[in-house]
Design a protein around this ligand. Sequence first.
Ligand code: SF4
Length: 329
Amino acid sequence: MELTDRHGRKHRSLRISIVDKCDLRCTYCMPEDQHFLKREELMTRKEISTIAKLFVERHGITKIRITGGEPLVRPDAGDIVRDMAQLGVSLGLTTNAMTLDRHLDGLIAAGLKNLNISLDTFDAERFKKIARRDGFDRVWASILLALEKGLRVKVNMVVMRGVNEDEILRFVEFTREHDVHVRFIEFMPFAGNHWGRERVYTYAEMLGHIGSVHTVEKLIDDPHSTAKAYRVPGWPGTFAVISTVTEPFCGDCDRLRLTAEGKMRNCLFTREETDLLSALRRGEDIAPLIEANVLAKHAMLGGLPQFKPEKEEEVLHDLSERPMVSIGG
Ligand code: SF4
């Protein structure tokens, strides 16, 4: 049965978090005092495969993205990629690329073609401040290696006012030489990330900033895309903006999520979750749970008010207790 919510949106995309741990501690993603799941709470490789297969075969999911935490810290990540590739879906992986160079050939052999790589700065010192770990050189080298090996690479930059907005043009410059897709993400509120509306460098400001130096052309966005895409004419690469705060795009959202402990979330910001893993472990049919979860999806932002300045207090009060690191990008 196709997964249609009460607003008529059909869902084809599933993001599966396979672990809640990460080898970085990015300030906008992982709270200082984050506690991690025990091994037995995590979905096993077989359980991930069983649930994903059901989403694909019974519910028409055609796109899967594997995420975390950092999926590559999980020793069987390559096996899980192989299992997902055998489902015949469009497959992607989100990673911080800290150890990507070691896994790349195996991931490509397993069938991976699309990578989302997080990078918020080209400055090694600033990287250390944001990620609370050293690692810029390794990440940068892995990005170039992935491009060299012909993978489709999206580079995600979370833009935070007063932290890294001065590097936006440097990221656009990256698209001059490389067939890479840079995505500027408005800073979003999650538990423990010290979000404030004033820290959001907005979509309009980003375009103004880029437009002050470059003439850009608007590209046609894929249906259900989260990003508004542009290109500097004649350059191989492209850039886009994910404007969840100032211009949310929930109207044609087709995305669903599964947390590392097997809880289903019908939206990035939802506060309601459905425990599929416990039901699966009890030998129950989880399809009715999946359908009910989708049917209950809010029209936008998981039922939160739009992230306007005057709504900041309400947003922060009603936020899900789940931090970004355990939802996944
Ligand atoms: S906020 Fe929720 S409903 Fe809106 S686009 Fe994101 S996941 Fe979809």
